[in-house]
Design a protein around this ligand. Structure first.
Ligand SMILES: [Zn+2]
Length: 492
């Protein structure tokens, strides 16, 4: 009888709110409402408030008063602290010794500071083994080290380590994600990720990261799936001009700004890729032919591409299983920047070729199974190799004859010269011009464009000599001979 009475008494005590560990003596629940948590994250700038720590693996902590004495969850009296710097643990395990007063002081500083170091963490990548699977939307990438690659640069990638020590990281991740304005969303260096304090919100829980950009859109959401040795990216919305990478209806999608700068065209794919060098490969140097959706091609080992867009899925993948492929365009991305919009309004006429002076660099992008040649003129990507060129000064500067198909913003390039040879002839180096176009008129007065080569005929310098009678530059026919003129390009 006694025993049963004691049992009854115990049961009665656990039902008493005062003894419930989920409530304090003031009946305040340990559960913090979401909007209060968000305010605490924003105030703490998404990481531990201890200077130089900024660890994003944290707890929501009542500072002064402590939880046991608190009557409310007041975001002014609560902040983020990492497990190392939690003052409740001070002294117990010999950790750093910051008092509640110290933490409150750090919180005041970080709240009022304009530039706070990025929140960071590495626990997200703990425990991953070799040959991880990266899942993005409905697509999976099995042991493909360069998961997202733009122009030969890794944007999201990992390397496999050969450390003998089993406790060392077996894989090391790198990444750099940007928003539409070119601001950093998330950076990954050597398995440590960093996220700016200027975001609207960043939530990190064990094995999960969510980022909302300053426009309050969820732009990144990743979680670790340790049993599958996998990282899953559930939400992604990143930009790398002129490309846009986004998960749309579960499909990993890559868009490219059309040539007229009015809309993005997207290739959207769900697939499994394995054992290759590149998951999503974007090449800004690819010739982009049409502003509307064009053909798709799928080639074993080469991947899936929208022809001419520079977008490749599974390029070089040893195995590719496609489930869903979509092509579409979007003309409703009003907030998107327009990287191809010229800063000045020098637009070549649609039927004109033009000339740019400067220095051409040729790069070979090496890949595991192929290489690609890309061209840059004064640091700006060309769609393909210039048609021809000639040196115009001792500094090694050349004049390049550029196709009309090149991006219009080449016309705003500092080396831009003009549309026709008539413009070139004003320059002191005109006698070095190798080849040019001049405007001519036929017997009926129709304008023609004639392409000519530089020449020195009977001591007279074609393209730079002025006719003393007319004070105009000589045009080819005025020299009275056909050869060596090339008259091939009366433009349509
Ligand atoms: Zn800390």
């Amino acid at each position: 009888m006694k025993k049963s009475r004691i049992k009854k008494k115990k049961g009665g005590n656990t039902k008493n709110a005062k003894r419930n560990p989920n409530f304090n003596t003031h009946q305040l629940s340990r559960t913090i409402p979401d909007e209060i948590k968000q305010q605490i994250r924003q105030n703490s700038k998404f990481g531990c408030v201890v200077p130089n720590c900024r660890e994003a693996f944290y707890e929501y902590e009542h500072i002064i008063p402590e939880f046991k004495d608190a009557k409310e969850h007041n975001p002014d009296k609560m902040c983020l602290v990492c497990p190392t710097h939690n003052p409740r643990r001070t002294g117990k395990k010999g950790q750093e010794n910051f008092s509640k007063e110290d933490i409150a002081g750090f919180y005041t500083v970080i709240r009022s500071s304009e530039s706070v170091p990025e929140a960071r963490s590495e626990s997200f990548f703990y425990g991953l083994k070799r040959n991880p699977t990266i899942i993005i939307g409905n697509s999976s990438f099995i042991n493909i080290e360069s998961i997202i690659n733009i122009d030969g640069r890794n944007v999201f990638s990992f390397i496999t380590n050969n450390f003998e020590d089993p406790l060392s990281p077996q894989v090391t991740f790198f990444g750099f994600f940007q928003d539409s304005l070119g601001n950093e969303l998330l950076r990954i260096e050597n398995n440590q990720w960093f996220s700016p304090s200027t975001h609207w919100d960043v939530i990190t829980t064990n094995g999960e990261v969510k980022i909302w950009d300053s426009s309050q859109k969820l732009v990144f959401h990743a979680r670790k799936l340790p049993k599958m040795n996998s990282i899953e990216i559930v939400e992604l919305n990143m930009w790398a001009a002129p490309f846009h990478i986004k998960i749309i209806d579960g499909n990993l999608s890559a868009g490219r700004l059309s040539k007229d700068g009015r809309e993005y065209v997207y290739l959207s794919v769900s697939a499994d890729y394995a054992w290759g060098k590149c998951g999503l490969y974007l090449n800004s140097n690819d010739y982009f032919q049409r502003p509307v959706i064009s053909d798709i091609e799928m080639k074993g080992g080469k991947g899936t591409t929208m022809v001419g867009s520079g977008i490749w899925f599974g390029k070089g993948a040893g195995r590719m299983q496609l489930r869903n492929v979509k092509l579409y365009s979007s003309s409703n991305i009003k907030s998107a920047p327009n990287p191809l919009k010229p800063k000045k309004t020098i637009l070549p006429p649609s039927d004109a070729n033009y000339f740019v002076k400067g220095i051409l660099t040729t790069k070979i992008l090496p890949f595991y199974m192929w290489e690609e040649k890309v061209f840059e003129l004064n640091g700006q990507s060309l769609d393909y190799e210039p048609m021809s060129w000639g040196q115009i000064n001792e500094e090694g500067e050349n004049l390049y004859y550029i196709s009309r198909d090149e991006p219009a913003d080449l016309a705003t390039n500092v080396g831009f010269v003009g549309f026709y040879a008539n413009d070139l002839l004003k320059y002191e180096w005109a006698d070095r011009v190798f080849e040019a176009e001049v405007e001519e008129f036929d017997s009926e007065g129709n304008s023609l464009t004639i392409r000519v080569k530089r020449a020195n005929i009977n001591g007279r310098k074609v393209l730079s000599e002025v006719n003393s009678e007319t004070q105009e530059y000589y045009h080819p026919h005025q020299f009275g001979c056909i050869s060596p003129w090339i008259n091939t390009t009366a433009l349509p």
